[in-house]
Design a protein around this ligand. Structure first.
Ligand code: FAD
Ligand code: NAG
Ligand code: NAG
Ligand code: NAG
Ligand code: NAG
Ligand code: NAG
Length: 521
């Protein structure tokens, strides 16, 4: 790319002698950055790009495309959810509450408003994202009702641009080019649908007089009332499966919860079952040989596939289900539906088709609190987009990635199955600190002597009594007493600490033994 400004400047400089040419700072050409998605991740990276030093980002063209009407991603309700096989815009259901303490779900320095419950209903998280976008003046950069249809790189490993096709709010296609593309499209949009032998036969044999049999993924789950007079099998013990089972069991005639191995089932009146083996015309058969014949509805809480449809369409990402080694990767990125590789630090694509800072992913890590993780990733991505020389050569980055994968293997994990799950204890926090420290070490961020991850966040991750404590507070109806005068981040941190202590002491005194809170997210 010809840097016109720099050229004009040096031309002027040569005319205005005597000027020492070495004194003239090279002005980097203004960059264009396209961001896809205005959920937690997209807002974080938009904010961190705008936080770059004024003279670094002067003249940059930054646009965030969001296909929906507002920010918030999965937390923004879908008033008319599509029926299968069409996908709803979000898996959000009316009874959704956070399953993690809300003070830990925050962008740094931006706590939830006073009075927010510790595990609030989804509306609070929706407003939080809107408040964040408005407070930080992000809205002018967002194009609502704009869907990115495809993106492909035009150029080579050293220079070029993204050609992005966007369907605008009037339904017309426009083509835009960007130097850098940031993907923040979320990973709870493509249901991972498992099929069992014999299920079609079972589906076609609905008993007369009863409801038609059905098998639905949890992305379509909305109201438990729908299951009145039905007998339900909920498959899976991730956050979605457990939540669906614990809600449905309060309405359904009977609820079975099919879980793998020693996974934690839902709380409530559920019958715990092993994994499903297959279906016959009238029965669900489980792997231990037991059968049930009263089921009429199956809810699949089987998780989500990691896909990026617009990169697949643009020819930049290959889908190779089950890919288990980096052999499958040649020139393109690969997703095996759980792991997208090869990426540097779960962020930058190491495909040799374009420079290593041309394509960034924000929000891939799982088993993390998203907003702080997205923010750390955003800082890293923004600075490296501004100055690609902060990264060592691609070959070094590939070696680093191979080392990280080897380290996971040595600890008994298969990196291609773990994917972006931060499975090692404390690793999500270490990761965030590492990203920010790297920039400090390279003099690209001032070193204020503090770590990115505040001490209280690490503390809070070990509060095993907190959730039951808040439940007891709700039962006692004393929420307002606890929440009184809680405003700053520090206040929220102290509240979590007090509540955890209070419940822990009560449980110890009563000699109660509860299972540890399963890690949810
Ligand atoms: C039911 C459910 C409950 C959850 N509960 C919790 C919880 O309690 N605590 C917790 O920490 N985490 C929870 N999570 C995890 C949750 O995914 C994160 O909290 C976080 O909000 C994800 O943000 P994101 O920005 O990565 O993705 P998303 O919120 O999915 O946002 C992605 C955005 O990108 C847009 N987009 C996608 N493709 C395109 C395109 N081609 N063009 C334009 N726009 C596009 C989408 O419309 C969307 O707005 C939950 C997830 C689910 C599914
Ligand atoms: C986006 O679409 C919604 C309808 O889904 C409409 O209400 C809203 O005004 C649109 N916003 C923009 C900016 O086009
Ligand atoms: C926009 O592009 C998509 C994908 O290339 C295509 O399917 C669609 O028909 C186009 N829409 C219009 C209005 O041109
Ligand atoms: C549930 O079954 C009972 C008894 O058969 C019936 O009276 C009731 O109307 C049913 N409720 C719904 C919502 O179908
Ligand atoms: C970009 O980063 C490199 C490596 O740290 C550094 O030497 C160079 O000065 C940086 N460039 C700018 C414009 O900051
Ligand atoms: C692929 O994985 C092997 C084994 O971990 C490693 O030695 C090699 O460097 C990796 N290659 C690339 C390109 O990442």
């Amino acid at each position: 790319m010809v840097n016109v400004r720099q050229y004009v400047f040096s031309l002027l400089a040569s005319l205005l002698a005597p000027v020492n040419v070495a004194d003239i700072e090279p002005t980097p050409s203004p960059k264009s950055v396209g961001i896809v998605g205005a959920g937690s991740a997209g807002l974080a990276v938009l904010k961190t790009l705008l936080d770059l030093p004024e003279d670094t980002r002067k003249g940059w063209d930054i646009i965030l495309y969001e296909q929906r009407r507002q920010v918030g991603g999965i937390w923004l309700p879908d008033p008319n959810p599509a029926r299968p096989p069409d996908l709803p815009e979000t898996p959000l259901y009316p009874l959704l509450h956070t399953n993690t303490p809300v003070p830990t779900m925050t962008y740094p320095g931006f706590p939830f408003p006073p009075g927010t419950p510790m595990y609030p209903a989804h509306e609070y998280v929706e407003s939080y994202h809107q408040d964040y976008a408005e407070h930080n003046k992000l809205v002018p950069y967002i194009r609502y009702n704009h869907t990115v249809l495809s993106s492909s790189w035009v150029g080579d490993s050293t220079m070029g641009h993204w050609q992005v096709v966007v369907q605008d709010h009037r339904g017309e296609n426009l083509t835009k080019s960007f130097d850098h593309l940031v993907v923040a499209n979320g990973h709870n949009h493509e249901p991972h649908i498992v099929t069992f032998p014999g299920q079609d036969d079972w589906l076609q044999n609905s008993p007369k007089g009863g409801p038609p049999r059905e098998i639905l993924h949890s992305i379509w789950y909305r109201e438990p009332e729908r299951y009145i007079n039905r007998t339900v099998v909920v498959v899976g013990s991730g956050a979605s499966g457990r939540d669906a089972a614990s809600q449905v069991c309060m309405k359904a005639r009977r609820t079975y919860h099919s879980v793998r191995g020693n996974d934690d089932p839902a709380t409530g009146p559920v019958i715990i079952m092993p994994e499903i083996s297959h279906f016959t015309a009238n029965e669900v058969v489980f792997k231990d040989g037991t059968t049930i014949s009263d089921a009429d509805s199956i809810i699949l809480g089987t998780g989500y596939d990691l896909r990026v449809p617009f990169l697949e369409r643009g020819g930049e990402l290959s889908v190779v289900p089950g890919a288990h080694s980096n052999d499958t990767y040649s020139q393109k990125l690969v997703t095996n539906l759980r792991y997208l590789f090869p990426l540097h630090e779960h962020i930058f694509s190491l495909s040799p088709s374009y420079p290593p800072n041309a394509l960034a992913f924000i929000g891939l890590p799982i088993l993390v609190s998203n907003c702080p993780s997205d923010f750390a990733q955003g800082i890293y991505a923004a600075h490296i987009i501004a100055n690609g020389s902060l990264l060592p050569p691609r070959s070094d980055l590939l070696q680093l990635l191979a080392n990280t994968e080897e380290d996971l293997r040595s600890k008994g994990y298969d990196p291609y199955n773990v994917g972006h799950r931060m499975v090692l204890k404390g690793s999500a926090f270490d990761y965030q600190d590492r990203l920010v420290d790297y920039l400090k070490e390279h003099g690209d961020l001032p070193d204020d002597g503090r770590k990115f991850v505040e001490g209280w966040r690490r503390e809070a991750s070990g509060y095993q009594y907190l959730k039951r404590g808040w439940k007891r507070v709700e039962e006692l109806g004393t929420q307002q007493d606890w929440l009184k005068n809680v405003e700053t981040e520090q206040d929220w941190a102290l509240l979590m600490d007090r509540l955890n202590e209070w419940q822990g002491e009560w449980e110890r005194r009563g000699g109660f033994i509860f299972p540890l809170d399963p890690i949810a997210y």
